[in-house]
Design a protein around this ligand. Structure first.
Ligand SMILES: CCCCC/C=C\C/C=C\C/C=C/C(=O)SCCNC(=O)CCNC(=O)[C@H](O)C(C)(C)COP(=O)(O)OP(=O)(O)OC[C@H]1O[C@@H](n2cnc3c(N)ncnc32)[C@H](O)[C@@H]1OP(=O)(O)O
Length: 278
């Protein structure tokens, strides 16, 4: 359990106190503001396996319980926010593990997209596929230059499911969503800003966090209850649609991944990622 100790006398530079809940997700809470920096920590690329998804979900649940004032999602990697689902878990998958993976991703999205406090993504690097979904689930996105963000599922031979599309529709114009999803397009930082996929550009990781703090501070005069009820009004439909069709959504994912042409593509895709270094 993360404890919130509001010691107002703590100097600014010491305000964040480390409260590690798991090696996979580090949590630091600013004791002055109640804002939590949550850092994804699964090197090398923060690939989302079941343990990483569950760890982040638990942290968000704890932050809810402790009436967190805001969340800044970050990454311990130098130039990668998150490379999405762990591809090694979906290539030649164990069927039970595959189901657990998608169920954990659904659970995490429900918590993050529906969080009752302001949420931000401090994108210190690439945010691809599932990594982009995490960013889209937050209320605000700040990214460093020369990084990539987008949902490349159609390029991988599969279709994003309804709640992933809804997360993108919440942020982009209808036209931009169509182009982004149908082309499986990955955007560079400046292109992402142009279409509204991110909200701001920052020079480095520290600045992404500072800009996220500034965004969250804008809510200091907003009543927490009014904030959470309004957010629920705005996002509740997409969440209810998933909660009432979790099994169908899971089956769609499992069938997509088990499709022989997707498996064939994944084999080549993984090889191409590995051979980049040679
Ligand atoms: C198949 C899709 C399922 C669709 C399901 C249906 C509908 C739902 C829709 C969406 C849900 C989400 C799905 C996903 O998230 S699937 C994951 C898609 N992710 C990617 O395509 C990203 C792939 N990675 C990259 O593009 C690059 O790695 C990078 C992030 C741009 C970083 O580049 P960089 O040059 O800095 O690093 P490397 O490429 O050298 O990578 C280092 C190391 O990590 C391995 N790796 C990279 N990405 C992943 C990953 N997602 N999972 C597991 N491992 C990954 C890479 O192979 C290298 O390994 P090595 O052993 O060579 O060190």
């Amino acid at each position: 359990m993360i404890s919130f100790l509001m010691r107002r006398t703590i100097p600014r530079c010491r305000a964040y106190s480390s409260q590690t809940t798991s090696e996979l997700t580090k949590v630091e809470v600013n004791e002055k503001t109640g804002v939590a920096v949550v850092t994804l920590n699964r090197p090398p690329v923060n690939g989302l396996n079941v343990a990483a998804l569950r760890s982040l979900e638990k942290v968000i649940g704890d932050l809810e319980t402790n009436k967190c004032k805001g969340l800044i999602l970050s990454s311990s990697s130098k130039n990668i926010f998150c490379a999405g689902l762990d591809l090694t878990e979906i290539y030649k998958p164990d069927q039970e593990k595959l189901k657990s993976l998608w169920t954990a991703f659904q659970d995490l999205w429900i918590k993050l997209y529906g969080a009752s406090f302001p949420t931000t993504a401090a994108l210190n690097g690439h945010a691809i596929a599932g990594g982009c979904v995490l960013a889209l689930s937050c209320d605000y996105r700040v990214m460093v230059p020369n990084s990539s963000i987008g949902l490349n599922e159609t390029e991988l031979g599969i279709s994003p499911t309804a709640w992933i599309i809804a997360s993108m529709q919440n942020v982009l114009s209808k036209r931009s969503v169509e182009l982004a999803l149908l082309q499986g397009r990955i955007y560079k930082t400046n292109q992402a800003l142009e279409i509204g996929l991110i909200d701001e550009i920052a020079n480095d990781k520290d600045e992404t966090i500072k800009k996220c703090e500034e965004f969250i501070a804008k809510y200091s005069r907003v009543q927490s209850l009014a904030f959470s009820l309004t957010k629920r009004e705005l996002r509740g439909k997409a969440i209810s649609e998933l909660t009432s069709n979790r099994q169908g959504d899971l089956q769609f994912f499992v069938d997509s991944i088990n499709n022989p042409s997707v498996q064939k593509f994944l084999e080549k895709y993984l090889q191409s990622l590995k051979s980049k270094k040679n």
